[in-house]
Write a protein that binds this ligand. Structure first.
Ligand SMILES: Nc1ncnc2c1ncn2[C@@H]1O[C@H](COP(=O)(O)OP(=O)(O)OP(=O)(O)O)[C@@H](O)[C@H]1O
Length: 569
């Protein structure tokens, strides 16, 4: 009708018929995005229909621009509507979010409110800005992230919530790990960039994003932030040349965390290497405005007076790292954390908030073996299959024969399941890979074994966001990235490890109420003692067993704090 010029008022016809004309557009979009549950707002539907008409006109050598009274589709909006990532980030009920926002905002403390205003002003001004919200556990950082996210999402805008580890990302609304969200290479170096093509969906998502929140930032190597900075400058320079001069291409980025906790792991690195690898040693740190939260909200909100007093005492003791509930022996420690384990292990909540912590993997394995042998039931053994990655042979057949299966089977590597995995029904295990973050299955998630099949293991989540859910774990192929190994190999095994006991590094981000800390060796890096002791809320939930070089129980151990990390905060 348009091309034959039979309409005197095409806009009038459009306004009265667009709903009928849009028939099938939603279905087409659902197929395109492979999301049958997808819904579109009337404005999105109208715009897509108009875009469809424009495509038909273009094919007929015409355009809606030839009909001045007709509206023209918002092409930017159409490309967003075809971007699954943008749709996911916008699929919120804005009314619900507005209510959430009002509730969260009204109870912000004065300092949270000040920082909220500072960050929101930068978002509104659209001039970019980098912030670091610095506060120890319980000062309300997550609460601030939730308030900022609700404020921006309730207006139909985008916030990307990421965290440095899968387990920490579960605490954020629609949280992801920073590495998976921004496609940061695993072995990041000083000139790495993220694997984001300028015209990809992720690039368009980044262009449309109003705020990035990156929680638990101090744990990640500074090169990861620098890779994201370079990539964003590149992607956003297509919007304005000026953006390649601004940190993170002119987007507002808020980091959060606590430098008292464990810093980036640098294999074989010295104190100097670790401090140099941290965010506060990056050139980006000079652009970062530090906002300090000081009030411990965990102590003040929802606690009885007596609890507050007890917790305050504990917090003081923690901060001073004084003497603990020290003494006893191995068995007493086990009995403290897992009292009457044989009577209690069937109780579904028993393993949820308990763990024995130790600094090193060898001690953790000893404890796990011991507890596994005490545990009732039949043992089931799963052996892995290992193979060298052929692409990495240096001398073809020579390399292939150099490392025999026994050598590969014998390798014990942190983060990789052992070749010989022995399990029993009812035993707590920890996942060693991010399998499905949406379902709470992250590196660090704890589960309890329900049944042990030949090819799959059934287990129930006992930590994180989906406690009580059951899942099936298959064997997967894992390639370790340990630089100490001069070749690449693959291990096919269930990505789990028994976790009656775990290393202190693995416990970061876990919330526990009963912890036994076994210091057969003293802690060896910055933040470990602080992380181990701050897993619990009260002193009664903690027992320490310290053993000296000669195996005698003592009440002294050494702490490791790299003081220079605090100098430029
Ligand atoms: N302004 C507030 N009003 C009400 N409750 C709050 C407020 N701020 C924080 N809280 C509550 O205090 C507790 C601790 O806050 P939150 O988890 O945000 O701290 P955090 O700094 O993120 O801690 P961590 O670093 O250990 O994850 C939570 O239960 C949170 O809901």
């Amino acid at each position: 009708m348009l091309t034959s010029n039979t309409l005197s008022r095409p806009d009038f016809v459009w306004e009265n018929t667009w709903e009928k004309l849009s028939d099938g557009i939603l279905y087409k979009q659902q197929l395109l995005l492979k999301s049958l549950g997808l819904e579109l707002t009337p404005d999105q539907l109208k715009n897509l229909t108009l875009f469809e008409i424009e495509q038909i006109l273009i094919r007929m050598n015409s355009s809606l621009r030839n009909y001045p009274s007709m509206p023209y589709p918002d092409v930017e909006c159409v490309s967003s509507s075809n971007n699954r990532l943008i749709i996911e980030e916008l699929s919120y009920d804005q009314n619900d979010l507005e209510n959430d926002f009002t509730n969260l905002f009204n109870s912000l403390t004065d300092e949270q409110r000040t920082f909220f205003d500072v960050i929101m002003t930068s978002v509104k001004d659209n001039k970019g800005g980098v912030f670091f919200v610095y506060g120890y556990g319980g000062t309300g950082k997550t609460y601030l992230w939730k308030t900022l996210s609700a404020a921006i999402r309730s207006k139909g805008e985008i916030v990307l919530n990421v965290a440095s580890s899968g387990i920490a990302s579960l605490l954020l609304t629609r949280g992801r790990t920073a590495h998976s969200r921004f496609l940061i290479p695993l072995n990041v170096t000083e000139d790495s960039i993220c694997r984001i093509q300028p015209e990809s969906d992720v690039a368009h998502l980044l262009r449309k994003t109003n705020l990035i929140i990156w929680d638990k930032a101090p744990k990640v190597h500074k090169h990861a932030f620098e890779a994201l900075d370079r990539t964003m400058k590149d992607i956003l320079s297509s919007t304005s040349e000026r953006n390649c001069q601004l940190p993170f291409g002119g987007k507002v980025v808020v980091f959060g965390g606590d430098f008292r906790q464990i810093l980036p792991v640098v294999q074989g690195g010295t104190q100097h290497d670790i401090v140099k690898a941290s965010l506060s040693s990056s050139h980006l740190w000079r652009k970062c405005e530090v906002l300090r939260l000081t009030k411990n909200m965990r102590l003040t909100v929802g606690n009885q007076n007596s609890d507050i007093e007890a917790t305050r005492e504990f917090a003081q003791w923690l901060l001073d790292l004084g003497e603990g509930n020290v003494g006893g022996n191995n068995d007493e420690l086990i009995e403290f954390v897992y009292p009457s384990i044989l009577d209690n292990f069937k109780n579904p909540t028993f393993f949820q908030e308990r763990a024995i912590l130790a600094p090193k993997n060898e001690v953790v394995s000893e404890l796990n073996d011991r507890l596994l042998s005490l545990f009732p039931g039949e043992e089931k053994e799963y052996l892995s299959s290992n193979s060298l990655c052929p692409s990495d042979y240096v001398h073809d057949n020579f390399d292939a024969n150099l490392y025999s299966p026994d050598v590969l089977n014998g390798l014990k590597i942190s983060g990789l399941p052992d070749h010989r995995l022995v399990l029993k029904v009812g035993v707590p295990v920890m996942l060693l890979r991010n399998i499905d973050q949406k379902s709470g299955l992250c590196n660090g998630t704890r589960l309890q074994i329900i049944s042990l099949g030949k090819r799959v293991i059934e287990a129930e989540l006992i930590s994180g966001s989906n406690i009580g859910h059951r899942t099936l774990i298959p064997k997967i192929s894992l390639t370790p990235s340990d630089k100490k190994i001069p070749f690449k190999f693959q291990r096919r095994q269930f990505p789990i490890r028994v976790c009656f006991a775990m290393t202190i590094n693995k416990s970061q981000g876990q919330s526990l109420s009963r912890v036994g800390l076994f210091l057969k060796n003293p802690v060896f890096t910055h933040g470990q003692l602080y992380v181990a002791l701050s897993r619990v809320k009260s002193r009664s939930g903690l027992k320490l067993l310290i053993v000296d070089k000669d195996g005698n129980v003592t009440n002294k151990t050494s702490n490791v704090v790299y003081k220079e990390i605090f100098t430029n905060l």
